[in-house]
Ligand binder design. Structure first.
Ligand code: SIN
Length: 496
């Protein structure tokens, strides 16, 4: 039996090859198409319409019209649609996971996990929909009253990356639709099939015509991004991706309508192991923080700072553990690390490894690209670099690959200083059994999120987001829905 393909889907209609505008499956006006490729085999798996500014405007118009009715639906009704969507996503976990693995490369087990994680945002925001409300504000003047109400902003554009093809859609669209906004999705051109499958299930869940629209592009991403920022029909943008693109969107949104924006951008997460950490806990946390999605997450442990007294024991135990991780095609059994999603990801990681070596690092494991089981994909050996110098490029840039970069430090202050020596601040990880130290370091670390003795920051309940050049706004948590709402106050005169 060969590797699993899209022909193995149980629900064949979850595989769509058109955009979705105003409840219809559509092609690009000029008929242009782009290919979606399996990064583990380099086989073409789909051909999708290459859309541009004119399709953005059609999608925005559909969403704007739909908003007039959608904003008047009850929060209870929106919660029901979200719950139904959640149930359908979970029911079709196996099909959604297969689609995701084929377009993104991540191992099937991990894709299944992402489907469940993705669905959890729908369940979470179904609850939040009904618990978001205004307040009666006490006033100094007893003849006055102030009441606030929260209202949906309007049409929200959801621009999502290729590393989490399901969860980033549901984290944004779940919140937007719960708040009463209608949506235009622009999934990454490398992984649009998961978003289209989600749209099929959302439609089945009952979301009204025009409340969900999907615009597709691979090559016209700047044109589409710009059109979403410029459209007068769109009031809100939420973007997950690079700091470079986030800055472009922020300036366009500032220029065109001062659109409200949430940005979840690049990270350069420190993973700080103190002498008092439990080795097994720190190793398992590091495996999770570094190798999830083959190192291609915005919160991946990019700089691993290990205190002097534990450095040798930790690096040896980590190397032993990494040797047990199978690298291969995401659809093969037992695979823990899949291919990179892009060819350029492999090139960039190899350049980072060479640069680290020039700055004195030793490669104690891996260091090259390779083809496990003779596949023809974008594979990189899991790599460990020790004795990293702060001059190396990896110190400043995300390597976004299964490359473990170990730095040595001596004191707690030095560990915190090194962790904070970066322009970004999304995730961070600290490993310590010392409670006062945990508090001190968590308070002093410059990041939106701190994980303590765990290699994960992802949960629907967690307000996910960063500080500094990692962006602004929060997704998930109690705060996630607020990004799509505005507060209106009613000022009353109650004098006799
Ligand atoms: C990301 O990498 O941008 C998101 C990761 C997550 O939600 O866990």
């Amino acid at each position: 039996m060969g590797p699993r393909t899209l022909a193995d889907l149980t629900r064949k209609d979850l595989f769509q090859q058109q955009g979705f505008i105003n409840d219809e499956w559509v092609d690009a006006t000029d008929g242009k198409k782009f290919d979606v490729v399996n990064p583990g085999t380099l086989e073409k798996i789909a051909q999708l319409p290459e859309m541009g500014a004119s399709e953005v405007e059609k999608a925005a118009a559909a969403a704007e019209t739909a908003f007039e009715l959608y904003r008047k639906t009850s929060a209870r009704q929106r919660a029901r649609w979200l719950r139904k969507w959640n149930d359908l996503v979970l029911e079709h976990t196996e099909d959604l996971a297969l689609i995701m693995t084929l377009e993104n490369g991540k191992p099937l087990g991990e894709s299944r996990g992402e489907v469940v994680y993705g669905a959890s945002f729908l369940e979470w925001f179904s609850g939040e929909a009904e618990r978001t409300h205004g307040e009666l504000v006490p006033t100094a003047n007893l003849n006055q009253r102030i009441i606030t109400m929260k209202q949906p902003l309007g049409v929200a554009a959801c621009l999502t990356p290729w590393n989490f093809p399901v969860a980033m859609i549901t984290r944004k669209a779940g919140a937007a639709l719960a708040a009463g906004c209608t949506t235009v999705w622009k999934p990454a051109g490398e992984t649009p099939l998961s978003a289209l499958a989600l749209a099929v299930l959302a439609k089945e869940a009952g979301f009204p015509k025009g409340s969900i629209n999907v615009v597709l592009t691979l090559d016209k991403v700047s044109e589409v991004g710009e059109a979403l920022c410029k459209s007068e029909k769109i009031q809100k943008l939420s973007f997950t991706g690079s700091t470079r693109v986030g800055k472009i969107l922020a300036s366009l949104c500032g220029q065109y309508g001062l659109k409200k924006l949430s940005l979840e951008l690049g990270g350069n997460s420190p993973f700080v192991v103190f002498d008092d950490a439990k080795i097994e806990t720190a190793v398992e946390a590091c495996i999770m923080a570094k190798f999830r999605n083959s190192g291609q997450t915005c919160v991946t442990a990019n700089r691993i700072f290990v205190q002097d007294g534990i450095y040798d024991r930790f690096s040896q135990a980590l190397a032993e553990r990494i040797k047990t991780l199978k690298v291969g095609l995401g659809t093969d059994d037992g695979v823990f690390i899949g291919p990179m999603t892009h060819e350029r990801a492999v090139e960039k990681a190899l350049a980072h490894i060479e640069d680290a070596k020039k700055h004195g690092a030793s490669v104690v494991m891996g260091g090259s690209s390779f083809q496990p089981d003779d596949h023809k994909g974008y594979f990189l050996q899991p790599t460990i670099l020790t004795n990293m110098s702060s001059e190396a490029l990896i110190t400043r840039e995300e390597v976004f690959a299964p490359v473990v970069a170990l730095y040595r430090f001596k004191t707690e202050d030095e560990g915190v200083r090194l962790a904070n020596d970066t322009k970004v601040g999304l995730g961070s990880f600290i490993m310590t059994e010392n409670m006062p130290r945990m508090w001190r370091v968590a308070e002093n670390i410059q990041a939106g999120m701190v994980a303590v003795n765990i290699g994960l920051l992802s949960a629907a309940e967690n307000p996910f987001g960063g500080v500094k050049e990692s962006g602004y706004g929060r997704e998930g948590g109690r705060q996630g829905i607020e990004e799509y709402l505005t507060v209106k106050s009613i000022f009353l005169n109650v004098a006799n």
